[in-house]
Design a binder for this molecule. Structure first.
Ligand code: ADP
Ligand code: MG
Length: 144
C-alpha cells in the first residue's frame, strides 16, 4: 500500500522516529508546490513530522518550532517553509506582512501548523493531515 493510502487509513506510532519516517515517505510523493495543513493539539507530533520532511530534502539545520517568529524558511533539495499560525488572529493581511509569497519558489513545501488560525491560505492545499495524541500513542490521518 502506498503512503497516501496508509495515511488515509490512519497510522498509529509509538515513537517520534516513526513519525519522522512517515514524513520522509510522504515527502517523496509531493508535487513541486506542496502545501501541507497540519492539524492537531500541542504535542501531537506536527513539528516532529516537519523534521522528517527536512530530512528527506537534506536540510542540515535543526528544525525548531517557529511559534514566535511565525515561520522558518530552510533550503535543501527543496525549500521548506515551516509555519506555526498558533499566535495569529485570522488577519487577512498577515500574508503581506510575512512576505512568504515573495520568498518561496518551486520546488517548495509549505507546512502549516494551526492552519485554522489563518483567514485564508494563498495556495491550494495539497494535503491536510490530522495529528492526535492519546497517552504515549500518536496517530496521523490524511484528511484530504
Ligand atoms: P506539536 O508540533 O504537534 O506541538 P511536537 O512534534 O513539537 O508536537 O512534539 C511532540 C512530542 O511528542 C515530542 O516531544 C516527541 O518527541 C514526542 N513523541 C513521542 N512519541 C511520538 C510519536 N510517536 N510521534 C511524534 N512525536 C512523539
Ligand atoms: Mg509544533
Amino acid at each position: 500500500m502506498n503512503i497516501l493510502d496508509k495515511l488515509a487509513r490512519g497510522i498509529v506510532t509509538s515513537q517520534a522516529e516513526e513519525t519522522i519516517e512517515i514524513a520522509r515517505n510522504l515527502a517523496t510523493v509531493l508535487p513541486e508546490e506542496a502545501v501541507l495543513a497540519l492539524e492537531g493539539d500541542l504535542g501531537a507530533g506536527k513539528t516532529t513530522f516537519v523534521k522528517g520532511l527536512a530530512e528527506r530534502w537534506r536540510i542540515q539545520e535543526p528544525i525548531t518550532s517557529p511559534t514566535f517568529n511565525i515561520y522558518n524558511l530552510y533550503q535543501g533539495d527543496r525549500q521548506l517553509a515551516h509555519m506555526d499560525a498558533y499566535r495569529l488572529e485570522k488577519s487577512p493581511e498577515i500574508w503581506e506582512e510575512l512576505m512568504l509569497e515573495e520568498l518561496i519558489a518551486p520546488p517548495f513545501c509549505l507546512a502549516i501548523e494551526w492552519p485554522s488560525k489563518l483567514a485564508f491560505i494563498p495556495w491550494t492545499i495539497t494535503h491536510t493531515l490530522r495529528f492526535d495524541a492519546r497517552g504515549d500513542e500518536r496517530k496521523i490521518t490524511l484528511i484530504s
